[in-house]
Design a protein around this ligand. Structure first.
Ligand SMILES: [Cu+2]
Length: 211
């Protein structure tokens, strides 16, 4: 196949997935740069916290530093970099509460931030497969999360999403009923063996390139 044809096929196959990058499409390169996410309470979920995440991109390697406060203390908090080409590249709004429950679960936030692409685990695998590896995430002693990990290998499209401002960081785990633990009758949309409190999105921020 000729080069031009191959590109045409790739573009067709990518289709809508490439729309956010129209004009900046460069298949073989991932830029380097620094980005920051201002982590704020997810709409409707009422977590009295905030945080900041710094992401350095070196090709397809990420170094991440993240701090947050106001989380349920001494409970696991899954944290991820989310990105989907079809997503809105932002944190969810109250109008994303499609089941009308009055709170947002992780799936309801999907149209805003897309699927899990990087699991910000403390050790071991960082792929989406570790998205709910509860024993490897920070447990926020005293409600404070402190995370640092370097050399996280990611795919080209995730590296590009971070440097271009299309990725979103989400910290999960919301004690809706303020009883100090993850519980309640509503099962998690991600794992019916867990209560939804264990996985609901708590803090969220779009990863913005630093000028
Ligand atoms: Cu997540």
């Amino acid at each position: 196949m000729k080069q031009a044809n191959r590109l045409a096929v790739a573009l067709l196959a990518g289709g809508a997935a490439l729309v956010p990058f129209a004009g900046g499409f460069s298949p073989a390169t991932a830029k380097s740069g620094d980005a920051v996410a201002d982590l704020r309470p997810v709409a409707l979920n009422g977590v009295p916290g905030s945080g900041t995440a710094f992401v350095s991109v070196h090709g397809t390697r990420l170094d991440v530093r993240m701090r947050a406060t106001g989380l349920l203390a001494d409970a696991p908090h899954a944290a991820h970099i989310h990105f989907g080409a079809q997503a809105r590249h932002e944190c969810p709004r109250a109008t994303d509460d499609t089941d009308g429950s009055g709170t947002l679960n992780t799936s309801e936030g999907g149209p805003a931030y897309g699927p899990v692409r990087v699991s910000l685990t403390r050790t071991g695998d960082t792929s989406p497969a570790s998205g709910l590896a509860i024993d490897r995430f920070d447990t926020a002693p005293g409600g404070r999360l402190s995370y640092q990990r370097g050399h996280i290998k990611v795919s080209q499209d995730v590296a590009k999403a971070v440097t271009e401002g299309y990725a979103v960081i989400v910290i999960h785990g919301v004690d809706h009923n303020h009883d100090g633990t993850y519980d309640g009758a509503t099962p998690s949309d991600l794992d019916p063996g867990l209560p939804t409190e264990a996985t609901d999105p708590a803090l969220c921020g779009r990863v913005v390139p630093r000028g």
